[in-house]
Design a protein around this ligand. Sequence first.
Ligand SMILES: C[S@@+](CC[C@H](N)C(=O)[O-])C[C@H]1O[C@@H](n2cnc3c(N)ncnc32)[C@H](O)[C@@H]1O
Length: 310
Amino acid sequence: MATPITGCWVDGTFGAGGYSKALLQSGACKVLAIDKDPTTKVFLKGIQNVYGDMIKYYNQSFADMEKNEEIASRDDIYGIVLDLGVSSMHLDNPLRGFSFKESGPLDMRMGNQPGPTASEIINLCSEATLADLIFFYGQERKARKIANRIVRERKKRKINTTLELAEIIRALVPKNFKKDPATKTFQAIRIAVNNELKDLCKALVFAEKKVKKGGIIAVVTFHSLEDRIVKDFGKIMSGKGSPTNRYSPATSRVNPSLIPINKKPVIAAVDEIEKNKRSRSAKLRVYKKVSDSPSGVLAKIEFPEVELGI
Ligand SMILES: C[S@@+](CC[C@H](N)C(=O)[O-])C[C@H]1O[C@@H](n2cnc3c(N)ncnc32)[C@H](O)[C@@H]1O
């Protein structure tokens, strides 16, 4: 990042603490770290051993940053960073229900939220809802066929495990040498379970209000739905989004509140992809706050919303 790291930062996706640590190492004097998965707290100790109370940890969703008293009351937040999606700890532990490689319960909740779980969605949602969800959140062309097969199979017996679901999909979607045929459907279910797109929109709107002038909003996305949301938000806030958005005022363009630091999103270099396969789909977008006050625009970004009906 070309902009110097300084002041107080919010790391909205603490995970194993890699970003928080890097921020402190690079000059941040305080990091307020958030993760909705309480198991991530184990990574706090190692950072506290070096940086003491320069780091604080909160088990909550980044969608609720405004409810966090410390964050809400501070007027010196210099940067907010989000490294979206699931962590390798989620994917590598079959008991969390994210993996289609090993059998586990169909759960997929990142945090302690009561539900719905992936099992509830797969076994209770209507065929039409499942089809919409897999189509819009998974961008899976065979969504209708998959939804139909899921409903036929669950009439015979409840679908309990990740492998049972993956096998149903693999029987329908042709093999692809790059991706498991179940990838897109699993992404769709995970997004629905964790309310990921709505949470991202809420966090962006809050971040634009909260970060001080000269400060930074940086977001790493892992699929095009997320990236589209961040890109559209950046466009609206930098005064370049045409006010076709049905939620924004249909009058003039917005005075720029944010400017993009890079014209194009930053993607991982080849050697990084070799070390960390997941980084191949990562895109980093960085914005700088250029005004003293929030834009005043109600930046309700459009994205496909599927009502679960359960
Ligand atoms: C890709 S990992 C982040 C890895 C982290 N940057 C690191 O260096 O280890 C994403 C993390 O964000 C968390 N997460 C996802 N959505 C969240 C949300 N709405 N609120 C808070 N944490 C969230 C996940 O639980 C996961 O731990």
